[in-house]
Design a protein around this ligand. Structure first.
Ligand code: FAD
Length: 386
């Protein structure tokens, strides 16, 4: 906003190299010009916008963490995308952390060469298929999708639910239980393989541009080398989830930056009782409360970032950051929505869109409750899961 402080409240960007700072500014300018306002209509219509991908790909957003950039740059970039649109932020984040990330870290050289070049340009999408209709929070123990080696071919059988980009992806990364040794393993399934059927989940109240799918794997037959050599236990999935939970914390930072901007703009322009809302003490309190939540989220993510750089990030930290920042984000959105009166519940004014999107990120990558249980298990040594 004109002449007003940047929502990067502690000026974290000053810690970036000049080159990364300028790259971040280019990304932010693109998102402001081509994404923020343009995302409202597709969000209302629940439509994906493939035309947005080439621009994001050209900015390098298909390969954020494999391009040698600092982890702080990666976090601030994720926050920047979230500030402008949480659906696209979900798409880009899952793409980097869970799709490119899985193949990069756990795939073979041949798998990397086949799939990653187009994915890193965002010309091709993946779909990370872990959750099932009957198993969400208890997926580690409950996973039912099966993989059976039959005459040199894997046969995948089962159903998945909630899968981001399931109807758009070229390749699905499918976690299934090997019927021979009961271990959970990951397989690369080209989505044009016979037996792969994805159906869009309609009527989501949040992340409406991001498409999620129910997927059926009906005796999908794959060559033996479809197995990712590094993905032969649930631990492998858990490692990826640790990093991606930290990413969600940056999403919550970006979302709160966005809603602070939305409220500030609105409160300065809307008049009641002959003065701008921004002059009313209760509205100032809402703004300050949101800023405090945002500052707490930034502070937490800065420390998470430090641990990541030192290679010391544990699941406890990632789960705490994910749960706490999304809880604060949800509270911030409720305050912002109230402070915008009736217009606060109309998506065109952006606040309602952000509020509903925050509901979804509060739940994915482990619900608030499950992440709390992970934190308390870490602190007490006692698990309350079962
Ligand atoms: P449930 O597990 O049924 O939980 C219901 C409630 O019970 C929650 O409040 C939970 O906290 C609580 N609960 C469960 N167990 C316990 C317990 N032991 N103690 C106390 N409370 C408990 N998955 C993918 O694999 N790939 C994706 O790309 C993907 N994208 C998603 C996108 C969106 C928008 C959403 C909403 C979900 C996505 N998911 C994805 C799935 C997501 O990870 C799950 O929704 C999440 O893990 C919760 O599982 P569930 O929905 O089955 O809820």
């Amino acid at each position: 906003a004109d002449g007003l402080p940047h929502v990067d409240l502690f000026d974290l960007r000053s810690r970036l190299s000049a080159e990364e700072r300028s790259r971040l500014e280019t990304i932010e300018a693109h998102l402001e010009t081509h994404v923020r306002q343009q995302a409202i209509e597709p969000w209302n219509r629940e439509e994906f916008v493939p035309e947005l991908l080439p621009g994001l790909g050209a900015l390098g957003l298909g390969q954020i963490f494999t391009d040698g950039s600092s982890t702080l740059f990666q976090g601030l970039t994720h926050a920047a995308i979230a500030r402008h649109d949480l659906s696209l932020s979900a798409l880009v984040g899952i793409h980097n952390e869970l799709n490119v990330g899985t193949i990069e870290h756990l795939g073979s050289e041949a798998q990397r060469q086949r799939w990653l070049p187009a994915m890193k340009r965002l010309e091709s999408l993946g779909a990370f298929c872990l959750t099932e209709p009957e198993h969400g929070s208890d997926i580690a123990g409950g996973l039912e999708t099966s993989a059976t080696l039959d005459n040199g071919e894997w046969v995948i059988r089962g159903t998945k639910r909630w899968i981001g980009a399931g109807t758009l992806a070229d390749v699905a990364l499918v976690w299934a239980r090997d019927t021979a040794d009961d271990a959970i393993k990951c397989f690369l399934v080209p989505t044009d393989t016979p037996g792969y059927r994805a159906t869009k989940i309609s009527n989501k109240i949040g992340l409406r541009i991001m498409q999620n799918a129910d997927i059926v794997f009906d005796d999908v037959r794959l060559p033996e080398d479809a197995l990712l050599p590094g993905a032969t236990s649930f631990e492998a999935a858990n490692e990826l989830l640790r990093a991606s939970r930290a990413w969600v914390g940056w999403q919550a930072v970006g979302a709160q930056q966005g809603l602070l901007e939305i409220l500030r703009r609105y409160a300065l322009s809307r008049q009641q009782f002959g003065r701008p809302l921004a002059k009313l003490q209760l509205i100032q309190q809402a703004i300050a409360h949101i800023a405090g939540n945002l500052a707490a989220s930034i502070g937490m993510m800065t420390e998470v970032n430090r641990l990541q750089e030192e290679g010391r990030l544990e699941m406890l930290h990632a789960a705490m950051a994910k749960a706490t920042t999304t809880r604060l984000g949800r509270e911030s959105a409720a305050l912002g929505r109230d402070a915008m009166g009736g217009n606060g519940i109309v998506s065109d004014f952006e606040m309602a869109k952000m509020m509903n999107d925050l509901e979804a990120i509060y739940t994915y990558e482990g619900t608030y409750g499950i992440n709390q249980l992970i934190v308390a298990r870490g602190l007490t040594g006692v698990s309350a899961f079962v």
